[in-house]
Write a protein that binds this ligand. Sequence first.
Ligand code: ADP
Ligand code: ASP
Ligand code: MG
Length: 469
Amino acid sequence: MAVMKFGGTSVGTASAMQQAIAIVAEKRKAGVPLVVLSACSGITNKLIQIADAAGSGRLDEALAKVAEVRKHHVDLVGEMVGDEALREELAEKIDGYVSRLEMLVKGIEIVGELTERSKDTFCSFGELLSTTVFAAAMAEQGQRCQWLDVRQVMITDDNFGFARPIDEVCEAKVAELIRPVLESGVIVVTQGYIGSTTAGKTTTLGRGGSDLSAALLGAWLHDDSIEIWTDVDGVMTCDPRLVPDARSIRIMTFSEAAELAYLGAKVLHPDTIAPAVRKNIPVYVLNTWHPDSKGTLITDDPALLSGMSYEGLVKSIAVKKGQAIVNVRSNRMLGRHGFMNELFGVFERFGVSVEMISTSEVSVSVTVDDTTVSEPLIQALSALGDVELEHKVATVSVVGDNLRMSRGVAGRIFGSLRNVNLRMISQGASEINVGVVVEEHDVPSAVLALHCEFFSGEQCGIFEKPAGS
Ligand code: ADP
Ligand code: ASP
Ligand code: MG
């Protein structure tokens, strides 16, 4: 069995949904899949705008945007469903969600406060709506399938906005509610990204979390494969939006994929790999628009990996924009212990996650997400030393298992970046990445220079030009 996850652009329009349905129908010939969907592209962003507008009392704006969400899905039904009675039934379902969304908007506007908890409820409508339309259209085309509210299965903690599942409970629910349906030959269509607390409150796993939902469900089902269907030909040597020449990577290890995702490659949610590693399930990243191209296989299977050996140093380049450098300088660091503990204690108190670190005898530089830098955080850090801040920087990292034992890689990185102002340098403790921090406006030239250095002469069979290029 396989779990197949389709991202926002793969279900955003009628033609995309149609394409995804055809891919599922083809897959069904080999076994009945579980289908996990994102919201249609742009809808989660719109729901967040609606929530923010309601929370700040802009009722008309919020309701106008709700109407846009409704129209998007009603139009989809119009394009995808032929049967009149089914169209009406779907219009009623959509209106049911929309009126709940409107009630939520009005409630939040009256209370005048938007919490993480209510934001999660707003966001959940995107996936509920996309799966409703998809499942109905697929059934109309003769595929036996059942829509499932994943909140019956994805039982999470109450960390709203970043909820994590309670494994044992979810695994039991999957065995009870999903496995028997699949075994009876019926495809299950359900939502990524959303879940529910044991008390029945809607949660989300965080932005981009549908990949994680799919990996978790695949692991609980002991599936043979986890397929992430998206809008590019798999994991590539760099984000193709930054490097038009980027190539698809045929095969990579779990650690390479996890590192790349954590370091900013949006193609996979960073936590997707862990459930796959736990059950040793291969992950495929595939292109909905080129279903016949090979995409990327992520595996630790030595037989598969050795069949496609790679002698090069770097597999891929990741970029994370929207970062800030926080530098704390203090003579108290010299030869004393406890300073780091105090410093990280401050970040912990403010719930700020530290990404890259570089230290000298008297100063520590870290990168953090720019949106997490606040005046109270800076004040608290100032009690430890002089604080300097640099906004609008980005981390650019090269990743590859072969970096671990290779000489000369630093020379090649810094040689190729000789014309770029490097603000920080760091080698990841895993030893499979080396990262630099640059000003955001330098990202295009830094990335192009690195890509040219490590991939221009690369003739190795594990890279492929994307289909259609
Ligand atoms: P989905 O909606 O299917 O989840 P996302 O937008 O979350 O899709 O992720 C796909 C996007 O990730 C691509 O369109 C691409 O711009 C971006 N991306 C960033 N880094 C990479 C990379 N190394 N390989 C492929 N795509 C990447
Ligand atoms: N719809 C959610 C988002 O846009 C989850 C996902 O697409 O993975 O973040
Ligand atoms: Mg995504």
